[in-house]
Design a protein around this ligand. Sequence first.
Ligand code: NDP
Length: 294
Amino acid sequence: MSGATIIDGKAIAVRLREDVAAAVARLGREHGVTPGLAVVLVGEDPASEVYVRNKGRETRAAGMASFEIKVPATTSESALLEIVGELNRRADVDGILVQLPLPPHIDQGRVIEAIDPAKDVDGFHPINAGRLATGQPALVPCTPLGCIMLAKSVQPDLAGLEAVVVGRSNIVGKPVAQLLLAENCTVTIAHSRSRSLPEIAARADLLVAAVGRPELIRGDWIKPGAIVIDVGINRVPGEGGKTRLVGDVHFEDARHVAGAITPVPGGVGPMTIACLLRNTLVAAAARRGVALAV
Ligand code: NDP
């Protein structure tokens, strides 16, 4: 095998953001609507602050309104629930995202469940998870949606593929598996208690790794020609005392076996914010009964 197609997540995310911006402009022109995304940040975690700043910049660049609500780490759960309630009521807010993780004194599940499902652009509300699982229109979690778009960029019809998802978290593994089922794949979900992970992985025409273990998946676990989507973001020691990012797949080995593979960084990562903007647009249109295809 001469080497896999490297799936360029950065370029695909740029195209998606452009499509979203064009649809936002159309929504403004034809319906006088400017979608608005509110991001709530509790505490001063520097990594989360960078994410929130990036989200704000990208939201404005797509022509949408961005609202950033920053509150101290000492904010009580009831005060945070009040903030979410107020955003639920605001007509200019179409999407609400509460940046995770939250401080330990706040029950994350309770906060997610307080978000109006119609504004739940992260797709974490149990109503949206249930709708996805039962094949109803739903706001779908951003990273899983990005994974499907990347897989479809190399094979538009995924029907009939043997798909293996390694990882079963509520934010990545499970929704990816549901989306693949909706694409008519035959889906296996593997996790830390799965026996014979290498053999399970080797069955996959489409392998999604969402584990959080650096380079766990080796080249010889991969079926020749498979599509490999690597969600993992792991920081490991690099040269000269620096650190570098690697995925859950051993990229250098896997690229000689796979048919197509996402790199880390530059694969799934850039799709997440682009899908968040897409979800905000979808939520804005749906709340006003406007039909839209993005
Ligand atoms: P979680 O830690 O919530 O879940 C990890 C999953 O992997 C669990 O289901 C766990 O199994 C499984 N697992 C752990 N070790 C093994 C093993 N040795 N063999 C098989 N399965 C194993 O992680 P997330 O789903 O939140 O994230 C996964 C990765 O994706 C992380 O690297 C994260 O940084 C990255 N990520 C990237 C995003 C992006 O690109 N924008 C967004 C979100 C996440 P069990 O359930 O049995 O414990």
